[in-house]
Design a protein around this ligand. Structure first.
Ligand SMILES: C[S@@+](CC[C@H](N)C(=O)[O-])C[C@H]1O[C@@H](n2cnc3c(N)ncnc32)[C@H](O)[C@@H]1O
Length: 468
């Protein structure tokens, strides 16, 4: 500490309380600083500042003097030795700043204006001061006393949060703040004995790919998950929002073109991943795990690509949960078909071109007999086909046989909403060949209908204006 006046004194009180080893350098010091020295709390060098006083073993240098040239010299010396420095009221001479503090030990609230206006920080501190009960710190004592007990009884973070929220609003909190800690602990223990922990299952739509397309509710659910079971098409960056202690379970199913070499199935916390089940067995294994985790009191978030209820087996998981007595919270997501259309600039309906939209799955349907191909071939509607890549040739032929015009605009959108999104446009009769030529291999949505011509119309209009 360079300087020995009132400003230095205020900072010294905090530093002593934080347990710092302190040397004060000043020709004259305030009598209270002298008393701190007499109590062995700090050392005083009665000198003007000298640069050699700053050496690399110091953690922090504070200049609390009125002399501008002293602060400047302190700053230069500190920078040279790589020591953090704070020159009071000289923001430009600081590598560290001190916030205004509201002290309800062990609760501390810090207010900072990033050095722009310490006066404003102090005013804000005043506003907060009046709102925080003086004995707030005693609530922390109550929480500290019961922390382990609560953690043992309530395994889920949500359950613990709910419990503490209730305690802080209860008579136990008032008792603690009145100084009756043992009364407060008894009261809170009584509340704890009445808590029944039940698990939860939430189905969350992660959106089609671009992680920014998840909903705020979906994101909050990820943040609160004890167990996060996620699909193959979920963007990995969404997993980073989960808590550090979350159990991540990769339940990605294999697509039709992914055969051998499957990744391990199981939690990332386990060192030995068991072989990944496939198909129906995989879905049964997912259902079973989801229910078992919830029965163990965990909050299970089942994170699914797109929307959980569009070709996502969300319905099956919902029913399985109900069989075991769980009501499931379902958080919708943006389905791939809608997102692909938006990102490609294809309006799925249009007053003059398409009065309805059909979402179809191409998976296995091309071989099925009793499908309404003549209905699907009607020309006033848009078809959005999921999982249609493998059967594209059959789908295309069936639609043409059923009467859809070969010239109907069509597009396949691969990796929709991701940086590697590709669009392959072709008239319906030529789409399969165009897709083969383009060597498509990623997840794809096929859209068929007059509306697919809209992006080209937009491009032509803009081009015509640019040419004028
Ligand atoms: C099992 S379905 C899941 C659909 C998901 N529930 C939804 O609402 O989007 C998987 C299929 O969705 C489509 N799909 C998912 N993400 C896609 C993306 N980013 N781009 C194109 N198609 C996608 C593909 O047809 C993929 O085979």
């Amino acid at each position: 500490m360079i300087g020995g006046g009132q400003t230095a004194l205020r900072k010294l009180r905090w530093l002593v309380r934080a347990g710092a080893q302190i040397t004060v350098i000043a020709p004259k010091v305030d009598p209270q600083i002298q008393r701190m020295r007499d109590a062995g709390e700090l050392v005083i060098e009665r000198k003007e500042f000298y640069s050699e006083a700053i050496h690399p073993q110091l953690r922090l240098v504070i200049s609390a003097t009125d002399a501008p040239q002293v602060s400047e010299a302190v700053f230069v010396a500190a920078m040279k030795q790589g020591v953090l420095v704070n020159c009071v009221d000289r923001t430009e001479l600081c590598t560290i700043i001190f916030p205004a503090i509201i002290d309800r030990f062990p609760i501390l609230v810090a207010v900072s204006s990033m050095g722009q206006s310490p006066t404003l920080s102090r005013s804000v501190r005043g506003w907060i001061e009046t709102r925080l009960p003086l004995k707030l710190g005693r609530l922390a004592d109550l929480a500290g006393n019961l922390r382990m007990e609560v953690k043992q009884k309530l395994t889920s973070v949500d359950a613990r949060k709910g419990f503490w929220d209730a305690v802080f609003e209860s008579p136990a909190a008032s008792k603690a703040m009145q100084g009756d800690l043992s009364g407060a602990v008894n009261e809170a223990q009584d509340m704890l004995s009445r808590v029944q922990e039940t698990g939860e299952i939430v189905l969350v739509g992660a959106g089609p790919g671009d992680p920014d397309l998840i909903t705020l509710r979906g994101l909050r659910a990820i943040q609160s998950a004890d167990v996060l079971m996620y699909d193959k098409l979920v963007h990995p960056s969404l997993l980073e929002y989960a808590r550090r202690d979350v159990e991540l379970v990769d339940v990605g199913k294999q697509g039709p073109r992914e055969e051998a070499g499957a990744k391990g199935w199981g939690s990332t916390q386990g060192s030995q991943a068991t072989p990944r089940p496939t198909g129906t067995t995989m879905q049964q294994a997912i259902n079973q795990r989801m229910v078992e985790e919830a029965q163990g009191g965990k909050k299970v978030v089942r994170l699914k690509g797109g929307d959980p209820f569009i070709f996502g087996r969300g319905g099956e998981e919902l029913l399985e949960a109900a069989v075991h007595g769980f009501t499931v919270d379902v958080i919708p997501g943006i389905t791939a078909g809608m997102a692909a259309a938006s990102y490609a600039g294809v309006p799925l309906t249009h007053r003059h071109m398409s009065q309805s939209v059909r979402f179809l799955t191409g998976h296995r349907v091309a071989d099925a007999q009793n499908l309404e191909w003549s209905e699907w071939a009607r020309d006033d509607q848009t078809l959005v086909i999921y999982m249609g890549l493998v059967s594209l040739e059959k789908i295309q032929n069936r639609l043409l046989e059923a009467g859809r015009e070969g010239a109907t605009p069509a597009v396949l959108i691969e990796n929709a909403t991701l940086p590697e999104q590709r669009e392959i446009y072709a008239p319906l009769a030529e789409l399969h060949q165009a897709v083969i030529t383009a060597e498509v291999s990623g997840p794809s949505i096929i859209i068929v209908g007059e509306v697919v011509g809209v992006p080209k119309q937009v491009e032509n209009l803009l081009q015509a204006q640019a040419d004028q």
